[in-house]
Design a protein around this ligand. Sequence first.
Ligand code: ADP
Ligand code: MG
Length: 321
Amino acid sequence: EHLIDQIAAGEVVERPASVVKELVENAIDAGASRIEIATAGGGKTLLRITDDGCGIPEDELRLAVRRHCTSKLAGGLDEIATLGFRGEALPSIGSVAKLSLRSRAEGAAGAFEIAVDQGRCDGPRPTPLSRGTVVEVRDLFHAVPARLKFLKSDRAESSAITDVVRRLALAEPEVRFEISGPDRTPTVFEAARDMTERIAQVVGQELRDNAVAIEAEREEIRLTGLAGLPTFSRGNSLQQFLFVNGRPVRDRLLVSALRGGYADVMAKDRHPVAVLFLTLDPALVDVNVHPAKADVRFRDPGLVRGLIVGALRQAFGEAGL
Ligand code: ADP
Ligand code: MG
């Protein structure tokens, strides 16, 4: 089972940022309103995610770090409302790092801690914690040097972590996020009143003043958000934030549709700044293509592409571009 977990880890855990994504998604699924992310050594030496969510009961702590144990599939695969559902993240992380979970379930008399190292599980034992969950991941890939070699500099891994958190923060505007650590200046996104405020926090107020609002619908597929003016472009695509049914994605079709929408108004070597939310019937999209869930598969890709390209062109047209 340890080996299977390590193999699964190859899929789920690519770098510190992918661990952060899984752990922050778990905190969101747990209903947290405050999520703190602490990192050291670019997340290679330490990642600590602290949340004030519902917590994990003592008798579920061992299950949480076991393969395919998820508390989230009650409604079946078609009704996934949570971000996680595979029960793969924690066991995978535990197979390639030192993992510890401290948690106090809502209404429980006390908190408990469980530790996993090299797939071996220790606990649960009582620990002091007033609420929520603290997950610590130390020495990522220490037992898999071949994987360590593929990681980038601490600085690059750190900024990949920030990027993941920014995307999740846009998806959850009412949650407070804080990223801190000895090797970085702290980033805080206070709980926002609405998406407009969160966009200002994460992407910058300038986008609001240099963008067209996008609002379009085709066959019950909705597109909303902000598309930066062609004059407000960047040299890279880091400022493109795309969401499908509330999940941050990096889908190729969407990125290419975005480019298509700007094709007539922007130089080819420039990249638009944009925050776009696509909402559609979950039956029309498969978010389950890859464990890291960055890619999606649409039942009707042409329709989605047409909606995005059409909406952008129309908005730029109305803005006189
Ligand atoms: P999944 O998210 O796919 O269910 P994970 O391996 O990420 O699988 O987590 C396993 C289980 O551990 C979850 O189903 C959940 O019950 C519990 N869990 C993990 N992290 C948290 C957290 N921060 N707060 C509450 N429960 C958690
Ligand atoms: Mg999960």
